[in-house]
Design a protein around this ligand. Sequence first.
Ligand SMILES: *Cc1c(COP(=O)(O)O)cnc(C)c1O
Length: 414
Amino acid sequence: MFWEKYPYTTIKTKVFEALSKNTNYRSETVLGIPGTFLDTDIFYEDAPFLRDAPFLSTLIANPNHIGVHTLGDEHEEFFAGTQEIEKDLIKICAEEIFGAEPHEYDGYVASGGTEANIQALWIYRNYFRKQYNAGNEDIVVIYSKDTHYSIPKGLDVLNLQGIEIAVDDVSREIKMKDLEEKIEDALTAGYKYFIVNVNMSTTMFGSVDDIEKITNLLNLLHLNYKLHVDAAYGGFIYPFTCQNNFFSFKNKNVSSFSIDGHKMLQAPYGTGIFLIRKGYMHYTLTDEAAYVKGKDYTLVGSRSGANAVCVWMILRIHGSMGWSVKMHQLLDKTSFICEKLKEWGVDFYRHPNLNIIAIRSKYMSVELAEKYNLVPDQHNTKAQWYKIVVMPHVKQGLIDNFLNEFKTDLNRMK
Ligand SMILES: *Cc1c(COP(=O)(O)O)cnc(C)c1O
């Protein structure tokens, strides 16, 4: 995995160059587009600092990145400059982070992991409908109990059936026996086509599904399936902290990924990334989108070009090595906390390549959990777990204060 780090001046030059290739609402004859620059009473374009602020300048110019720009078919020329930057961003994610071959993938910057996950379900549903003449009643979606709720949300939107697979309470791994039994039941019930979601880090635990075990079983049973990887949380950390894993386009069992820029990557909200092997995007082509020259294949429609530019800027300022160092620093901090918890006999779950620690609630007073804004696994009934997420704002001082208070708390409980 490698992508070059650019100095800030290079990033700035490239973004301004891209902007100059976009259609400019201020200086060109634009009469037919229902879009324009941002409101000038709030976002005045002559602020002197904008010359040094490529992201804000893109935000104000307000390019629309509607559509998918990796397809290489006809596309809107209006914002071709910044759309090229999005293509470089998708290239970095697909080729460098997830091992795709050049030109063997499509992708776009979605509104978030939710949209990217639903986009995947939507594509595979239509794929089975079109290729196999399947009805919704022939298709089933398989996912673990620790899966993000955007998958059940997607089932509701797309009118699909789902099967939830149990996970082990301690290891958080999918129970293979339950998976096998539920697949047998599904086959007996008449389901013929399977959409399988695997998690490259769950939101609550940071657990990573054993993709090899799962796909070995699916292949052994000769299921007709498509496999999506929900890497919304883990996509910008796990590939850097655990190299040579099976979550890659090199793994022929995998068809698509969701990755959130607005989680580990510290990009603004609205920066989910959807990646899929070539040859699938057209299953969600909306023929009626006649006025969009590049056609529309996405759930979202119009979307901000500034978001794509911003994710690209973050990846480019660090380069792959810089990003890797940053992610390892988070792991070190996480491990530091875990060492203490072990020393004190506290029961917790942590995946060694991730920065999430889920602590059993019996070790934690509600007051302390609330004071440090730890997130419970459930808000309605009594929490079983409280999680710590060691994000970049979590400094050693904060960790030390928390651990001190936690220790006092523990001693009091004993
Ligand atoms: C956050 C998250 C999502 C949903 O992403 P949004 O960006 O909030 O839409 C989906 N899956 C996982 C694993 C997540 O962590």
